[in-house]
Design a protein around this ligand. Structure first.
Ligand code: C5P
Length: 291
């Protein structure tokens, strides 16, 4: 049996820099991946099967046929011409439709896991090109390492040097549809931002000051659809040691950055206890061993 992790994606900033004719938005974003993850277990089998469990597994049951895991598996079968199957188990630890790219992370983990199980030997770049067909965030999730993302999510360039920090994630339990948030942004905005030209300083205070000058452009429209986000951001900002609080992706998950891991832990515990929100504290993930 093989195990792969689908780590939570955080957009440290997200600028909308244009729109394609097909309606997809062109982005400039800095993705990092936290060490909290869905778990994917795959074993050899005659056919493709998927079993879903974990704290957020129940919410996925209705659409098992359309699940990105099975779509990724079928895409890899078709592309490689492989007749092999796989028994797949997904442990869903990340909240759904939450701005953490969980579905994309699962799709990427599936491509990595089945690439190994079926001994296909595709390179990370080839897997990323396949992943693009499954969702805009999948190419970056193949490596799950810090990366600067352009295009609709498909143009990956090296991330700047990042300082060490701890992250707290908070999800208030409201699902937000990504297309709805992009639509709300388009209704309220006529102009596009320019992609960032400068590099952040590599020390934590300098990095935070730099990040404060660049927003997540989707934060305001998401708050109009889910006012809980405003409360989450305010609560995160009030926690001792929080250097910056912001929404990730199209929401509703928000994050805060801390220099001190113990203060991050304390913040996550306190916010879960006070509000009943899903919270997590920890560091960014390390590299996937198989890549
Ligand atoms: O990530 P995924 O490809 O599933 O995106 C879901 C939806 O979010 C798209 O259908 C599109 O409406 C919107 N989107 C967008 N621009 C992006 C990414 C997503 O408009 N760069």
């Amino acid at each position: 049996m093989l195990i792969e992790r689908g780590c939570a994606k955080i957009n440290l900033y997200l600028r909308i820099v244009g729109r394609r004719d097909d309606g997809y938005h062109l982005l400039d974003s800095l993705f990092v991946f936290a060490a909290v993850h869905d778990l994917l277990e795959v074993g050899p089998a005659e056919t493709l099967t998927l079993q879903v469990g974990g704290p957020f597994g129940g919410a996925l049951e209705g659409d098992a046929g359309e699940n990105l895991v099975l779509r990724a598996a079928r895409l890899l079968q078709e592309t490689s011409g492989s007749a092999a199957g796989a028994a797949i188990r997904l442990v869903k630890n990340l909240p759904l439709a939450s701005g953490l790219g969980g579905g994309s992370a699962d799709a990427a983990a599936t491509l990595r896991a089945l690439n190994r199980l079926w001994r296909l030997d595709y390179s990370p770049m080839e897997l990323a090109a396949l992943g693009e067909k499954l969702g805009a965030d999948v190419p970056a999730a193949i490596r799950s390492q810090p990366v600067r993302v352009g295009g609709i999510g498909d143009i990956l360039t090296p991330a700047p040097v990042l300082p060490e920090f701890s992250v707290v994630l908070v999800n208030p339990g409201v699902a937000l549809s990504t297309p709805r948030v992009f639509r709300a942004w388009a209704e309220a905005n006529q102009t596009f931002a320019a992609p960032l030209a400068d590099q952040p300083p590599p020390d934590f205070p300098g990095f935070v000051a730099w990040l404060q000058g660049v927003a997540n452009d989707l934060e305001a429209p998401a708050q109009t659809l889910a006012p809980e986000i405003t409360a989450v951001l305010a609560a995160l900002e009030r926690t001792p040691g929080a250097a910056l609080a912001r929404m990730s992706g199209s929401g509703a998950t928000c994050f805060a950055l801390y220099a001190d891991p113990e203060r991050a832990q304390a913040a996550a515990v306190a916010l879960a206890r006070a509000h009943g929100w899903w919270t997590w504290a920890g560091a960014l993930t390390t590299a996937h061993p198989a890549l």
